[in-house]
Design a protein around this ligand. Structure first.
Ligand SMILES: Nc1ncnc2c1ncn2[C@@H]1O[C@H](COP(=O)(O)OP(=O)(O)OP(=O)(O)O)[C@@H](O)[C@H]1O
Length: 344
C-alpha cells in the first residue's frame, strides 16, 4: 500500500460566532496516501473548506478553536506545529489552490515575479528545487527561479510561457489564472495538494482541462490530493476516493466507484438522487429537502437524523460509528448493513 501522507483523526473544530460556538467539525477522520485524489463532497456549509484549511493551518484563532483530534502530516501533528514550521510545510510540502484565482494572485506584480518568489521560498527548505550548485549567489538563484517559473507555466499548458512571465494577472483569462495558481501550488513539489473548489468559477470546458492537469500532476509526481467540490460529476471524473461530509462529519468514504456505485449512507443516496439528469453541469448538487442543522446547537446523535427518512430513535442517541460496508468503504449509519432497506 502506498505511503500515508496525512492522517486526520477525530478532528473537532468550533468557530466562535455572535450566536455562540458553532461545532463545525465534529470528529473528522481521513487518511490520504500517495497517488490518491480524495474528493470532499457535500452541501454548502458542511465543513469541506474548514477541513482543508485546518490541514494547512490557515484559520485564525479566534474564531477557530480546535477542540480535539489530531492532523498528522510529515510525522508531526500540525495542530501543535509552530508558525515557522507551518510556513515551511506550506511553502514546500503542502500546495494549495483556491476557488477564486483573482484573490490569490497579487494584481500589482508580474506573474513571473510571483512564481519566482514562491520558488525561492520553497528552495530555502529544499535547495534542489532550483537545481544549482551549492553556494550559488542571489542573482543566479533568482535566474534559476525564473527559469523554473517558465517551465512550470509550460507544464500547465500556458502558451508562450517566456513572454507570459512578464504579464500581470489581469492580462490572463480566468482559466489561465487558475493554471498559474496550479503552477504556483506545484512549484515547490508538494507531497499534498489541497484544491478547494478549484474549478467552480470556470466554464465547463476549462473545468475539464484544469481537472485533467491535477490528475496529470498526481500521475507524474505521486502526490496526494484533497479536492473539495459540490459536484459529484467532478468527483466521478477526477477522484480515486471520496469522503461525503454532512454537518461536520464524514458520513461515508471509500473508493469512488464503491461509494457512487453502492452508496450506503442515506445522505449519500439523497445527494446522488438530487443530481438533475439533464443539467449541463452534470453532477452539480441541487438542494435537498430540509436544511443543514444549526451547528451552534446541533441535533444529538447523527446530525442527519432530522432529515433522514430511515432514522430510528437510536440514531438520535449517539453519533454512529463508521461501519465497514465494503473494501475500504465505510458509512457512519447504524442501518448501513441493511442493504434491502437502503436500496428500497
Ligand atoms: N470564519 C468563520 N466564522 C464562523 N463560522 C464559519 C467561518 N467559516 C466557516 N464557518 C461555518 O463553518 C461551517 C462550515 O464551513 P465550510 O466553509 O467548511 O463549509 P463548506 O462545506 O466548505 O461550504 P461551501 O461548499 O459553501 O464552501 C459553516 O456552517 C460556516 O458557516
Amino acid at each position: 500500500m502506498a505511503e500515508t501522507l496525512l492522517t486526520i483523526r477525530g478532528l473537532r473544530l468550533s468557530m466562535q460566532s455572535f450566536d455562540g460556538e458553532a461545532k463545525v467539525l465534529n470528529g473528522v477522520d481521513l487518511t490520504v496516501r500517495r497517488g490518491e485524489i480524495w474528493g470532499l463532497v457535500g452541501e454548502s456549509g458542511c465543513g469541506k473548506s474548514l477541513t482543508g484549511l485546518s490541514v494547512s493551518q490557515l484559520l485564525p484563532s479566534p474564531p477557530a478553536l480546535y477542540r480535539g483530534g489530531e492532523i498528522l502530516f510529515a510525522g508531526r501533528d500540525v495542530l501543535k506545529a509552530g508558525r515557522a514550521e507551518m510556513e515551511a510545510l506550506r511553502g514546500k510540502r503542502i500546495g494549495m489552490i483556491f476557488q477564486d484565482p483573482t484573490t490569490n494572485l497579487n494584481p500589482a506584480f508580474r506573474v513571473g515575479e510571483q512564481l519566482a518568489d514562491v520558488a525561492l521560498s520553497a528552495a530555502r527548505h529544499d535547495p534542489a528545487i532550483l537545481d544549482l550548485p551549492a553556494g550559488a549567489n542571489a542573482r543566479s538563484r533568482r535566474k534559476a527561479a525564473w527559469r523554473l517559473a517558465e517551465r512550470m507555466l509550460e507544464s500547465v499548458g500556458i502558451p508562450d510561457p517566456a513572454s507570459r512571465l512578464t504579464a500581470y494577472p489581469h492580462q490572463f483569462s480566468g482559466g489561465m489564472r487558475q493554471r498559474v495558481l496550479i503552477a504556483m501550488a506545484l512549484i515547490g513539489r508538494p507531497d499534498l495538494l489541497i484544491a478547494d473548489e478549484p474549478t467552480t468559477a470556470l466554464d465547463v470546458s476549462v473545468q475539464a482541462q484544469i481537472l485533467q492537469l491535477i490528475k496529470q500532476a498526481v500521475a507524474e509526481r505521486h502526490m496526494g490530493v484533497i479536492l473539495t467540490t459540490h459536484n459529484l460529476g467532478v468527483v466521478a471524473q477526477t477522484c480515486t476516493h471520496v469522503a461525503v461530509m454532512y454537518a461536520g462529519n464524514i458520513v461515508e468514504s471509500g473508493p469512488v466507484r464503491a461509494v457512487i456505485g453502492s452508496p450506503a449512507h442515506p445522505y449519500t443516496r439523497a445527494l446522488l438522487a438530487a443530481i438533475p439528469r439533464r443539467d449541463t453541469r452534470r453532477g452539480e448538487l441541487k438542494g435537498l429537502a430540509g436544511q443543514v442543522p444549526d451547528l451552534v446547537d446541533p441535533p444529538p446523535g447523527c446530525r442527519f437524523a432530522p432529515r433522514c427518512t430511515l432514522a430510528l430513535p437510536a440514531c438520535r442517541a449517539a453519533l454512529p460509528a463508521a461501519l465497514e460496508v465494503g473494501a475500504h468503504h465505510h458509512a457512519a449509519c447504524i442501518r448501513a448493513h441493511e442493504p434491502e432497506l437502503l436500496h428500497a
